[in-house]
Design a protein around this ligand. Structure first.
Ligand code: PMP
Length: 285
């Protein structure tokens, strides 16, 4: 396996950033995960636009122009002969002696890219659906930024796993679900509408969320971008959770409540089909 680190392609086993990198000191960095299907990155423009936005919001300099970023990504996929998996991209503010304020302007950001093959949910998870738990959302107030500061997300995911669940849906102070620790949360309401939380700084603007919304609207589904409570989710017709590596993953239990009759719903299955067609066609770049 080969990784890209600051201008060099290196064996994955020895690839490293410096111990004084601000990613290490302060988790002062941002990241992206792009799915690769049959060697093609999926929804690449969306991921690059979000990366750019995260950099702007964090005031981290662009490590290179988007065009070059795309080239490096393609080269890394080629060198690794990656056909199905992910590219992970991380940009940190750079290497400098530890001090909280930004380093001087001459300090260049660090850019790391790695690949992994064969990520994604198991057949069983897709066919049977998965359980999720809910818990208070204790993350920071800028969840729209794809920051590598993921400690609360790590703790949430671990709590989910320890509870035998797949994901931990986060709940705001008013009892509304924000999103999962690494996924966006969705339900199909009692009226049959597809519901997901609207975009603001409470949640990450999932690229899969964006694609699923477009596919649903094009397919004539009723879509409502509005917050929904834990109670509404537990009583919903269907539920699922979405991300780059999952597509729409059916959720069949929320805490102790079985969703609908405990099997993946028809609208969720339809969305999975639409998304599969998307990644086999228009989603490829
Ligand atoms: N929310 C959070 C907190 C995430 O970490 C992720 C995945 N990185 C998502 C949502 C889903 O985003 P995407 O569809 O772009 O993978």
């Amino acid at each position: 396996r080969v990784a890209y680190v600051n201008g060099r392609y290196q064996p994955h086993a020895v690839a490293a950033v410096h111990i004084e990198d601000r990613g290490m000191q302060f988790s002062d960095g941002i990241y992206e995960v792009v799915a690769v299907v049959d060697g093609h990155p999926i929804d690449l423009s969306g991921h690059i636009a979000r990366l750019d936005r995260s950099l702007t919001e964090m005031r981290i300099a662009r490590p290179m122009p988007s065009r070059s970023l795309r080239l490096v990504m393609r080269e890394l996929v080629r060198r690794n002969r990656l056909s199905n998996g992910i590219v992970y991209i991380q940009v940190n503010r750079g290497v400098y002696r530890r001090d909280h304020p930004f380093p001087p302007a001459h300090v260049a950001p660090s850019l790391v890219m790695t690949v992994r093959s064969g990520v994604g949910p198991s057949r069983t998870a897709i066919e049977n659906g998965v359980p999720v738990i809910t818990m208070p959302d204790r993350r920071w107030a800028r969840r729209d930024i794809k920051s590598v500061s993921l400690l609360p997300n790590v703790l949430a995911k671990e709590a989910a796993h320890e509870a035998g669940a797949w994901e931990a849906w986060q709940v705001d102070r008013d009892g509304y679900i924000t999103e999962g620790a690494s996924t966006n949360a969705w339900i199909v309401s009692r009226d049959g509408a597809l519901v997901t939380r609207p975009l603001n700084d409470d949640i990450l603007a999932g690229i899969t969320r964006q694609s699923l919304l477009a596919l649903a609207r094009a397919d004539g589904m009723t879509v409502e971008e509005r917050p929904f409570t834990v109670e509404e989710a537990k009583a919903a017709r269907e539920a699922f959770t979405s991300s780059t590596t999952l597509s729409a993953l059916p959720v069949v239990r929320i805490d102790d409540a079985v969703v609908a009759n405990g099997v993946p719903g028809s609208l969720t299955r339809r969305l999975r089909e639409l998304y599969a067609a998307h990644i086999a066609g228009a989603g490829r770049e």
